[in-house]
Design a protein around this ligand. Structure first.
Ligand SMILES: [Zn+2]
Length: 319
């Protein structure tokens, strides 16, 4: 059933509506509730496929559903409609205004309505897609403050990587932080790249969602097998590579590649003079879990993130 989560009249005629699709057990019994949200950032579209795929699988076997699944495909519908990351006209990152305020401005009010609607969920997944600049292997990012609750859940979500961040980097104004603080376990998924849909990642995460639904007793159909993710809890395990010069970045390796020291990740070139400005190489052995997708780079632009691994540990981590 399609329900309206928040509705605000715009100055002239238009109406902002945040909607969800509530899928419930047809055989009675309330069961647990799992909420899947996406589209906070209007240029991140990977979650659109996941919402579609989850709804499709439930429609094929509604008899397996023993609880409630709420799908929120577009928390920032104006952003999605206008290919804008933030909230158009306000130049505002929607993921910096939670938990919002009922008596606040339009955006704060919408944020408060979203929190109110999601409260009481037994699990929430907030699906992001990096941005247009970087491509990511499917991963879940967790603040160490909530790691005890979230890591065991994330291990079932069929992602390749779980990245546990230090508490000092916490952003308290995100949706996930607000929900985790309200005892709604919320997993933040990052995968793929902005403005695109990577179907295989959508299917991979959808399998993970159904595995979690099974474990929560919300789904009685077959539980999908899930991969074992790499888990990083040590910030020293991750190396950030930044562009040493400005220019056009041409990717040599794709995300998911295993690296030996010296391997070329890409080149930065000068198209005007036809010159190779620099080769961007791996300083350590490891796993390339983030790589630059957007070719234009300024000095300092992020090119890659590498998770250190031992050179002998050459088994593929996926992607
Ligand atoms: Zn995002």
């Amino acid at each position: 059933m399609i329900e309206t989560v928040a509705k605000v009249g715009m100055p002239v005629d238009e109406t902002l509506r945040i909607r969800k699709n509530r899928l419930e057990s047809t055989s009675g019994g309330r069961g647990k509730r799992v909420s899947i949200v996406t589209g906070i950032h209007g240029d991140e579209l990977e979650g659109q496929y996941v919402c579609y795929a989850v709804a499709q699988r439930i429609a094929e076997h509604p008899e397996y559903l023993k609880g409630t699944v709420d799908l929120y495909p577009a928390l920032n519908p104006f952003g999605i409609d206008s290919v804008t990351r933030g909230i158009p006209a306000f130049d505002l990152d929607m993921n910096r205004i939670f938990p919002g305020r009922r008596d606040g401005d339009m955006n704060e009010f919408v944020a408060a309505q979203i929190i109110r609607d999601l409260e009481g969920s037994d699990l929430c997944l907030d699906i992001h897609a990096s941005n247009i600049y970087l491509t990511e292997v499917p991963q879940i990012r967790i603040n160490e403050k909530h790691a005890d609750v979230l890591v065991p859940l994330a291990e079932r979500a069929n992602v390749d990587f779980i990245w546990v961040h230090g508490a000092s980097t916490v952003l308290e104004s995100t949706l996930a932080y607000s929900l985790n603080s309200r005892n709604v376990p919320t997993l933040v998924v990052e995968m793929g790249v902005g403005m695109r849909i990577t179907r295989e990642y959508g299917e991979q995460l959808t399998d993970g969602i159904f595995r979690l639904l099974c474990e929560l007793g919300v789904w009685t159909g077959p539980a999908p097998a899930v991969r074992t993710p790499v888990i990083s809890r040590d910030p020293n395990e991750v190396t950030f590579l930044n562009a040493p010069v400005s220019g056009i970045f041409i990717k040599t390796l794709c995300h998911g590649a295993q690296l030996a020291p010296g391997d070329e990740i890409g080149q930065i070139v000068d198209p005007l003079r036809g010159q190779l400005l620099c080769r961007v190489t791996a300083p350590v052995s490891g796993w390339l879990f983030t790589v630059r997708e957007y070719p234009v780079v300024d000095q300092g632009s992020l090119i890659a993130r590498i998770l250190h691994t031992e050179p002998e540990g050459g088994d593929s981590h996926g992607a």
